[in-house]
Design a protein around this ligand. Structure first.
Ligand code: FES
Length: 112
């Protein structure tokens, strides 16, 4: 049986306030974020507004600002903040032994 979690690399290759992307099935991408306080979060790499690449946004606390029209998206809930409405799928992620692990099911589902 396949393990439930997919190892996508060491945390220390993802600088604080940085993000990287991971292609998943269906031509989609997951964006993985590293916050200033060391948190790791993963979202579908598509802004709920017009699908802007969130991985290229600016990370601040536990939000990312979309590079296209500056919507702020919560890294925790995937929801747009403030007056904006929309939600992007949150991908289960954890850190174990300095490695970033994401939910295999979410990756294989192509983040529906
Ligand atoms: S596409 Fe992200 S704010 Fe418009």
């Amino acid at each position: 049986m396949e393990p439930e979690w997919l190892d996508i690399g060491p945390v220390d290759q993802l600088p604080a306030l940085g993000a990287r992307t991971l292609p998943v099935q269906g031509g989609r991408e997951i964006a993985i974020f590293h916050t200033a306080n060391g948190g790791i979060y993963a979202l579908a790499n598509q802004c709920p507004h017009k699908a802007g690449p969130l991985s290229q946004g600016i990370v601040h606390d536990t939000t990312v600002t979309c590079p296209l029209h500056n919507w702020r998206i919560s890294l925790v809930t995937g929801e747009a903040l403030g007056e904006d409405k929309g939600c992007v799928p949150v991908i289960p992620v954890k850190v174990d032994g300095g490695r970033i692990l994401i939910s295999r099911a979410a990756a294989l589902a192509g983040v529906a």
